[in-house]
Ligand binder design. Structure first.
Ligand code: ZN
Length: 151
């Protein structure tokens, strides 16, 4: 299998992931939260609790708590960073692009720090760790949008 990363990229990617793991962004809860979602990856023991607040078609607030491996926790931190304050349709598009990046062959450009998680693709078991928070967000955006449209 071809690997499109140099060791320099690897080193940079590892640093970005470790930085998010050690200094997670948006860690905690939201009060109030519109949607709270729990996601588990029993294969690795990862747990994510994602809180979302959606207002006027945008992700006004997002936070996560949880525990697990560095990949799952760093991925959650990076995800929150990348969608906080964004319109929900833009957030959904980012989820889709990230999932495509992790599940498809080849690389993706334009995802900023999120590209650091591409290296995980070499370890198929860990791809589930990286996607765990994103699957929760996808569900949360769907649930939250439905709630916002209620009279
Ligand atoms: Zn994991």
């Amino acid at each position: 299998m071809a690997v499109g990363f140099s060791s320099v990229d690897d080193e940079l990617f590892r640093e970005i992931i470790l930085d998010h793991y050690r200094n997670p962004r948006h860690k905690g809860g939201l009060d109030p939260a519109d949607v709270t979602l729990e996601a588990n990856n029993p294969l690795c023991g990862d747990e994510i609790l994602l809180s979302l607040r959606l207002r006027q078609g945008a992700v006004e607030g997002i936070a996560f708590s949880g525990r697990g491996c560095s990949i799952s926790q760093a991925s959650a931190s990076m995800m929150c960073d990348s969608v906080a304050g964004k319109p929900t349709d833009e957030a959904s598009a980012t989820v889709q692009r990230f999932r495509d990046m992790m599940l498809a062959e080849g690389g993706v450009d334009g995802l900023g720090d999120l590209e650091a998680l591409q290296g995980v693709k070499r370890y198929p078991v860990r791809v589930k760790c990286a996607l765990l928070p994103w699957n929760a967000l996808l569900q949360g955006l769907a649930d939250g949008s439905a709630g916002e449209n209620r009279p």
